[in-house]
Write a protein that binds this ligand. Sequence first.
Ligand code: AMP
Length: 397
Amino acid sequence: MQTIENYDFSGKKALIRVDFNVPLDEKFVIGDDTRMTAALPTIKQVIENGGAAIIMSHLGRPKKGPEDKFSMRHLVPHLSELLGGIKVKIAPDCIGEATQEMADALKPGEVLVLENLRFHPEEEGGNVEFAKQLAALGDCWINDAFGTAHRAHASTAVIAQFFPNDKLFGYLVDSEVKSLDKVLKAPKRPFTAIMGGSKVSSKITIIENLLNSVDNLIIGGGMIFTFVKAQGGKIGSSLCEDDYMPLALEILKKAEQKGVKIILGIDVVEADAFAETANTKIVPTDKIDDGWSGLDVGPETIKIFNKVIGESNTILWNGPVGVFEMEKFSAGTRAIGDAIVKATSKGAFSLVGGGDSVAAVNKFGIADEVSYISTAGGAMLEYLEGRVLPGIAAVLD
Ligand code: AMP
């Protein structure tokens, strides 16, 4: 198979779909350039091996046509700096005659950034003619934007048909796919998934899909109370989605049939207010006082989590198990992080993904001590749900 490692870029113009959708302030200063730095290995691989790079991305949410505040030109000086000071050119648009001329004139080692793809509604519409015009700019297509891989947009998937023999994953997408597959397709057992967060509704499809592959499923956070109430427990004022109670019971039944151990914990930290200053008590998970809410897992539950995680060889973590943003309710989430770090140091493969668990890992300063952090958000969640991502399928087909 052709890969970014073995593809011959010499004399070729590589169209690289990146995710440079970075936060910009009102003075166009980049708030966090992680997404740009993440794409550097791919860009460098092209330009250091005799190719020219044509960078394409969306930025922000332009509504109707070009808007200066969403112009890719704001990113050009920083990209140039990240690439060691080489000159980076900016095209007036992402398609059209003038852009085509600039692309045609590119020499090996040069970098051209196309204007925001979403200045054209055809991008999100997945328009074939628009994709064809983008494709005319380059000799090969590299998808390095995992964050948009779940969208069948012109530049993320539709364009692939114009490069039947010259389409590749960039390093970023390649490592996301490999890491997720390591967990989902060939986990070293025991495999434990930890699902946290506030709502069952947003995680239910993932939980159902994970039941096909995990040995243990730790459920934490506000989600547990839908399960607890469905089983007849008292949950006080804790979060609950009554509509999802039948589905919660079904999941417990399915897990039993499949031999998956579901761990909901046995105690919680209950609080009389959603605040750092709240009064708290440790109570059994199913005996929460009226008017109080469970906001973190309790110490006995942490011991159970530690044991299960400590015995695991593959660990997937998505979502905090308590209101970790408040110090008072962060012990459970911190304990999960520590247990994962310990298991990783003993050889387990650990993957952390999803906005809030990544935020937690960063908050606790353990980002370097887990095996892989996925920052792809929606795309990663869809992958965990077992869906085929158009941006991935387009390269593999
Ligand atoms: P989600 O966006 O669904 O992944 O949920 C993440 C949010 O869930 C975080 O902001 C947590 O503070 C919140 N959370 C976790 N546990 C609880 C809980 N027991 N009660 C209320 N919110 C919670």
